[in-house]
Design a protein around this ligand. Structure first.
Ligand SMILES: NC(=O)c1ccc[n+]([C@@H]2O[C@H](COP(=O)([O-])OP(=O)(O)OC[C@H]3O[C@@H](n4cnc5c(N)ncnc54)[C@H](O)[C@@H]3O)[C@@H](O)[C@H]2O)c1
Length: 413
């Protein structure tokens, strides 16, 4: 039995899923093939990933391929209860609702694992960490895992490095058709959608501070610039700092940026980006948001400890009146702002990310027993195939190398 907030929300959730599916042509093509070939027949697939409409399309695609699918969300605020209801109605086992406590979330992760999964679709490595620590008896049946995000890939690499990892993992995050589009264009757009929905504030003319200039950070910086903001970037990597500087952004340490920013968006995957010290330096009215995977980038504890009062200013906006008299506004509790205060990435980019997930899961099944317990990249030919299908389904054509060009590029004389 699924555990969801309200089954009567299913019709509303189904409308959202239909909308997403109509904008995910690549996944639709994969689904048609899966329906015929049934690559997951008899297999159990467990998912721990932001539970919203595009994820539902992925779950149903795997189901169409013959899998029995169970799912929980990967963040307390990213689950959409209507989508969860519709997914449960379509036969997926769902254990998720918006606003789970950390204890309920962990119980849901363990509940998903009671379905004895063969394949894991992870977003932050949570299923695998639970399997390797609390459910070791299930490890021998696992064929492999597919990981959606940078933070999860880091955790899997750490597991591989210390010899803990017991099955192969495909770093879906590292596919070109994932990070170049989902992380940049998807998070870039949806992070601002979250900030704007939550605050209804003008971005033009504001100073937007972006913590981290990785794939996500550069997407956010570019959207901020496009909306008319003055963009400041903070970094620890000199090459990425250089890239940001050459793109025309101001680059400085957070200690300096804290004093001038109007809107802060962290996207580093690291902890303690905005600390208690930075909070005391900020301007009255500064807005704080995070787009990195875990809620560790902004020191929310320090914010609470140094506030004399707090209140909900708007949905997804908490106001903190600080001891120094200034007011700071935290969006979505410091959790992924694009998923907690908006609908996450547009369907067109998730089409590619989830096409990677579907093909990676199939790849693991087809290569069962042949792969080592380590982290693999997405095979390049699959990555290119997804790009080809996406272009084709959007009526975009490209040139092909002639035989003479192939020979020219392959010669050294
Ligand atoms: N919100 C979303 O929907 C979404 C989507 C994709 C990825 N993510 C998450 O966003 C985070 C970033 O992902 P990415 O793919 O851009 O990673 P990345 O590794 O490409 O970039 C992170 C950048 O942050 C910098 N950095 C690290 N520590 C820092 C510090 N202390 N101060 C300043 N800069 C620092 C790094 O040098 C790097 O350039 C990860 O947690 C990832 O899981 C979120």
């Amino acid at each position: 039995m699924s555990k969801i907030k309200d089954p009567s929300l299913a019709p509303q959730g189904q409308l959202k899923i239909d909308w997403a599916r109509d904008h995910m042509p690549v996944l639709s093509q994969i689904r048609s093939r899966f329906e015929k070939q049934r690559p997951f027949s008899g297999l159990s697939i467990a998912m721990c990933i932001h539970l919203e409409m595009k994820t539902a399309v992925l779950g149903q695609t795997l189901q169409a391929g013959g899998a029995s699918v169970s799912i929980t969300g990967s963040n307390p605020l990213s689950t959409q209860d209507d989508v969860a209801a519709a997914l449960a109605k379509s036969g997926v086992m769902v254990y998720a609702w918006r606003g789970v406590t950390p204890e309920e979330h962990h119980a849901n992760v363990l509940q998903v694992l009671t379905h004895c999964p063969h394949i894991l679709i992870d977003d932050g490595a949570e299923l695998s960490v639970a399997l390797h620590t609390q459910k070791k008896e299930l490890l021998p049946d696992v064929i492999g895992a597919c990981e959606e995000t940078t933070t999860g890939v880091h955790r899997y690499r750490a597991m591989e490095k210390d010899g803990t990892l017991r099955y192969p993992v495909i770093a879906v995050n590292d596919a070109y058709t994932k990070f170049l589009f989902d992380s940049q264009h998807g998070t870039g757009q949806s992070a601002f959608e979250g900030v704007m929905r939550a605050t209804n504030m003008l971005i033009a003319g504001k100073t937007v501070v972006v913590g981290g200039y990785g794939w996500v950070g550069r997407g956010i910086a570019r959207r901020a610039k496009g909306l008319g903001a003055n963009v400041v970037v903070t970094e620890v990597d000199p090459i990425r700092a250089l890239e940001a500087a050459m793109e025309g952004y101001r680059v400085m340490p957070m200690a300096d940026a804290a004093k001038i920013g109007d809107i802060f968006i962290t996207a580093t995957g690291c902890k303690d980006i905005i600390t208690a010290q930075h909070l005391t330096e900020m301007k009255d009215g500064a807005i704080l948001a995070n787009a990195g995977h875990f809620d560790v980038e902004i020191d929310v504890k320090a914010l609470r400890e140094n506030a004399i009062s707090t209140r909900t200013a708007r949905q997804s906006v908490e106001e903190f009146k600080m001891r120094n008299g200034k007011r700071l506004y935290l969006l979505a509790e410091g959790r992924l702002v694009n998923l907690a205060a908006a609908d996450g990435h547009p369907a067109e980019v998730m089409d590619m990310s989830f096409a990677n997930q579907a093909l990676a899961a199939e790849h693991l099944v087809r290569n069962k027993g042949k792969l080592q317990p380590k982290v693999y990249g997405m095979p390049l030919e699959m990555d290119k195939e997804i790009a080809r299908l996406w272009l084709e389904s959007h009526s975009i054509r490209i040139d092909e190398l002639t035989q003479g060009q192939v020979e020219y590029l392959g010669s050294w004389q």
